[in-house]
Design a protein around this ligand. Structure first.
Ligand SMILES: O=C(O)c1ccccc1NCC(=O)[C@H](O)[C@H](O)COP(=O)(O)O
Length: 269
């Protein structure tokens, strides 16, 4: 039986082919060229110098949980994340499985979001990098589990040509060999995308095996201030959190309270 990642990747191949019928590759290249002077803030730098390191995610739906916040607005929640102390924002743009859209990045930018935005999707074709660029993202997620190494290398090169940074997501020891492709940031996903099981120990186990000088991001299943402080001690500078904030009535306020708790905990230790 296919796992969810295989299913999503198969869908992406179909979806990208459809997009290319609407906006051709040549047209999307031209659109991106027009933006070549348009600066976007660096996510790597933001995490490197930030005190909180929190990448707050705009995630309305997921394969493991179904709808989390169906009516959540991209013109409101990302800005409230910025106001309440996020270092960067992740926006899920996949429509079918996560209820997202590329326009959510545009809506967030139009609402006043100036901090880095991560284009969160399942990228398997360079066309999607152009989609990310023209939507206003600073960085893209690439997932080692769904890319051959040579494909991943080419995608990183094209992303850099488009002045997009790359957060490369890995989940086990074997995938760490992708670190030699020198992404801008290395992510450890605590969620097994095949089984949906989330285990923070994945980050602790793999932390010391990541390159010393890379910006390290722990992803998924984070819901407590204690965990953030422990991950920080293990060498992580970024913490990607979605469901924990999106489930709250007011995601921005939930982020603010969470940051207060991590600050208090740090003062006590
Ligand atoms: O969240 C899922 O169910 C999921 C299933 C299959 C592939 C990816 C999935 N999530 C993408 C993510 O990486 C998370 O949205 C992100 O790390 C935040 O996780 P969380 O804080 O647990 O919402």
């Amino acid at each position: 039986m296919k796992d969810i990642l295989e299913e999503i990747v198969a869908w992406k191949r179909f979806e990208v082919a459809k997009y290319k019928e609407t906006i051709s590759e040549r047209e999307i290249h031209t659109l991106a060229e027009r933006l070549s002077d348009c600066e976007v803030p660096s996510m790597k730098q933001a995490l490197d110098k930030s005190e909180t390191g929190i990448i707050a995610e705009f995630k309305r739906k997921s394969p493991s949980k179904g709808w989390i916040k169906q009516g959540g607005r991209a013109s409101e929640i990302p800005l409230s994340y910025q106001t309440n102390g996020a270092s960067a924002i992740s926006i899920l743009t996949d429509e079918k499985y996560f209820g997202g859209h590329d326009d959510f990045i545009r809506e967030a930018r139009n609402s006043g979001v100036t901090i880095p935005i991560l284009y969160k999707n399942f990228i398997i074709d360079e066309y999607q990098l152009f989609q990310a660029r023209i939507s206003g993202a600073s960085a893209v997620l690439l997932i080692a589990a769904d890319l051959r190494k040579d494909t991943c290398k080419n995608l990183i090169r094209t992303a850099h040509e488009l002045r997009l940074e790359v957060l490369l997501e890995m989940h086990n020891e074997k995938e760490l060999e992708y670190c030699e492709l020198e992404p801008d940031m290395c992510g450890i996903n605590n969620r097994n995308l095949g089984s949906f099981v989330t285990d923070i120990q994945t980050s602790f186990r793999l932390a010391s095996l990541l390159p010393y000088d890379t910006v390290k991001v722990s992803e998924s299943g984070i819901s407590s201030a204690i965990t953030i402080n422990q991950l920080r001690m293990a060498g992580f500078q970024g913490f990607l959190i979605g469901e924990n904030f999106m489930r709250a009535d007011n995601p921005g306020a939930a982020l603010r309270d969470f940051i207060k708790q991590t600050d208090n905990m740090q003062k006590q230790s």
